[in-house]
Write a protein that binds this ligand. Sequence first.
Ligand SMILES: [Zn+2]
Length: 128
Amino acid sequence: MTLDYVKLDPDLRLGICEKVGIYAKRFSIPEPKILLTTREVLDMPREMTEGARTSAYKYLGLSYNRQNLIFLNIRKISDEKDLENTIVHELIHQRFPYLSHGKRFSKLVRQGLRGKNFPPYQKRKLID
Ligand SMILES: [Zn+2]
């Protein structure tokens, strides 16, 4: 038998929200709504978590970019370092929505972890 609900320590939740808030500010993005359990993912309206609902448990984290929503899978996250990495990873997705995983993505994550600030996202303007 498996537990399908792990009671979250409110201090843990608060600590995570604070961390996310700090990074969101540095990356010039609005503070995302945070989901911490697969239960919370499934409880969201279907259109909010389209593409990754029942598969969410497989991942350390997910970013639902257009919804300004992230999922941090705390059951899979084993320590503070993992947590920090996952937060920064998902927020880099939110700040650089068109960038997929790769060298540049990893570099931005490393810079983010080191405390780098990123200016607000701007759609590129065409130059006449
Ligand atoms: Zn990713």
